[in-house]
Design a protein around this ligand. Sequence first.
Ligand code: ASN
Ligand code: ZN
Ligand code: CA
Length: 329
Amino acid sequence: SWDDIKNGTGNGIFVGTVSLGTTGSSGSYSLKDSRGNYTTDLGNRTSGTGTTFTDTDDVWGTGSQSNRQSAAVDAHYGAEKTYDYYNNVLGRAGIWNNGTGARSRVHYGNSYVNAFWDGTQMTYGDGASNQHPLVELDVAGHEMSHGVTENTANLTYSGESGGLNEATSDIFGTAVEWYANNSSDTPDFLIGEEIDINGNGTPLRYMDKPSKDGSSKDCWSSSLGGLDPHYSSGPLNHWYFLASNGSGARTINGVSYNSPTCNGSSLTGIGHEKVEKIWYRALSTYLTSSSTYAAARTGAIKAAKDLYGTSSAECAAVADAFSAISVAA
Ligand code: ASN
Ligand code: ZN
Ligand code: CA
């Protein structure tokens, strides 16, 4: 498999200067790549498909959010990197696994502080004053991954399955950030760290210790399924961090993490790439719409056995990390 040809040059708000897949020829280009990932300007409306961005010289945006193309550069780059990640690493040809890209709509509404997947497309608000547009790479990967979940396990967006659905989007949003390895938006285990959604420079979510956001849970409990999926996602995000990186304090790419376990154990990680492959296999092979955290444990262990063997260190790490979020055998 291979990436599409990326002839365009973009200057994004978060990603700096990047190559983009565009269509067209001298004097007339569209922000649409060879797989059909394309990006439109909603012009601050809240409905419609928007107008596909066009450009005369195939150089898009200025890096400033006052330029309408700049947010489109980040969103388009995010959609392309997410497509490339699924295609090249996980062997999935896009959201629908049929080689077809998706539409991204930017400039939704006025000062809208969210982004979403609606079953068809990705949509991004511009954020309130003093925030940034919600077009960050891990957010793009998160939203597009809601489409992948919908077309695989189809985890119901409430109860424990809702938390698994949300965490799946955080896990693959993070996977995309690591895959892109962008020098301006460097990879981490935080979600939404560039948007300044809280106004004090803190991220939206933390995978090492999800409770650092003030609302998410670190550990499974019998009341977890009653929470908003963005908070019941905490334990699976924590599982992903622990299985990837291990427990305790560490610094990765200049960011300090300190991941506790819920059962007093000490864990050694197997690296995030293996955990992502295991979780994708669980999602696409073993989980169903009503899966609970207990089913996630069983499915991920089966997936690890399939990929790495019954007695593998990878399988043991997956199991130990579930025990460490209070999902025991
Ligand atoms: N950005 C949010 C999400 O993807 C939108 C929502 O709350 N549904 O989870
Ligand atoms: Zn989500
Ligand atoms: Ca991140």
